[in-house]
Design a protein around this ligand. Structure first.
Ligand SMILES: [Zn+2]
Length: 351
């Protein structure tokens, strides 16, 4: 029997929904539109107001409109923010955690980080910022294609760190959204935090003066439309999760070249340490590094570890270098695989 999560200290603000008492099987049969879920009165409304307050305190008149959908995103051409339904109600958060192992935006702190990032995209759209010459000089051409893969440089001092996995390095518009998010945080200590990061501070100072310029001015683009709103989706929750999990699962043999670059084959090193055994040994540390330091999604991390372990075993690969160097290669390899999965799924997948 599934019981809705209740905290004695916190009032559940959600409207009573009959499905909140359903067990998982029954809930998964519902269509997304049948949830009849709305932002107003939901658990995310206070976060949206917090975002609006932050914008107001910076003198920005623009308030991106929000709607519920399946993922976090801000569509091209529409200056608004889609919020995934699963953060809006405790019962749906519980289901998300069971299906995916984690809730992206499960804590208020993290939801605000995501909202600030998406607000950066929405503001960019609303004021046509990416078309400006000075914007392009600082961040690069927004017309650049999202790369199929990118190899982040963890030591870079040219990009801020906000959502993790060095996301700002992936594309000029992400770089802007991340920089804006850091700038928008209340009691922003960005001047101090990034004092030693010349490239990043230049971007932050640029955003700072750009926002001064925008303060008090009305946005050019006022489209209040919504893309893929929950209220129009005939997909069932079961279908939604089948597809979502399949996207995480779609790692094939495409990494063989990378694996063979980091490890040796058995014939080349007949007495080498088995790569799969080595990964098993360092797995707890590897997992910690990837989830905490690089802030990668635990489900993706587990999946990458399982996939790589399985594949190195099938290929009977062995260590080529010292254990110390191998450990570095293994961490980097997992990061590359996870990032590749994220990038191939485009902006929509991660934000
Ligand atoms: Zn983004």
């Amino acid at each position: 029997m599934v019981t809705p999560r209740r905290s004695p200290n916190r009032r559940v603000v959600s409207r009573p929904y009959r499905w909140a008492e359903y067990e998982d099987d029954a809930l998964l049969k519902l269509r997304l539109r049948d949830l009849r879920l709305r932002v107003t009165g939901s658990l995310v409304q206070p976060d949206v107001h917090a975002l609006y307050d932050e914008l107001g305190r910076r003198g920005i008149d623009f308030r991106p409109h929000v709607w519920l959908s399946e993922e976090w995103f801000s569509p091209d051409g529409i200056p608004g923010i889609a919020i995934p339904f699963f953060v809006a109600h405790p019962r749906l958060r519980q289901l998300e955690r069971r299906m995916m192992g984690d809730v992206d935006g499960g804590s208020s702190l993290w939801r605000l980080r995501l909202l600030r990032h998406e607000a950066g995209h929405a503001l960019d759209t609303a004021y046509g910022l990416r078309k400006r010459t000075d914007w392009r000089r600082i961040f690069g051409p927004s017309s650049a294609r999202y790369p199929g893969t990118y190899t982040p440089r963890p030591s870079s001092r040219r990009h801020v760190l906000h959502l993790g996995h060095w996301y700002a390095q992936s594309h000029p518009t992400e770089d802007f959204a991340e920089t804006f998010a850091v700038w928008l945080q209340p009691k922003a200590r960005w001047r101090r935090d990034y004092a030693e990061w010349p490239g990043a501070i230049e971007k932050l100072e640029f955003v700072n003066s750009l926002m001064d310029e925008i303060a008090g001015s009305a946005p050019h683009v006022r489209d209040r439309g919504s893309i893929e709103p929950l209220s129009e989706s005939d997909k069932t929750l079961g279908e939604h999760y089948r597809r979502k999990r399949a996207r995480y699962d779609r790692i094939e043999r495409r990494y063989d070249a990378w694996l063979k670059g980091d490890f040796a084959t058995r014939p080349a090193r007949p007495r080498g340490v088995q790569a799969s055994r080595f990964i098993r040994e360092i797995e707890p540390q590897l997992r910690r590094l990837l989830v905490r330091r690089a802030r990668l999604h635990p489900y993706l991390v587990d999946h990458a570890i399982a996939t790589i372990s399985r594949r190195v075993e099938q290929l009977d690969l062995v260590l080529r270098d010292s254990r110390r160097d191998s450990k570095r290669h293994v961490v980097r390899l997992h990061e590359r695989v996870v990032l590749d999965v994220l990038r191939r799924n485009q902006e929509r997948f991660t934000l």
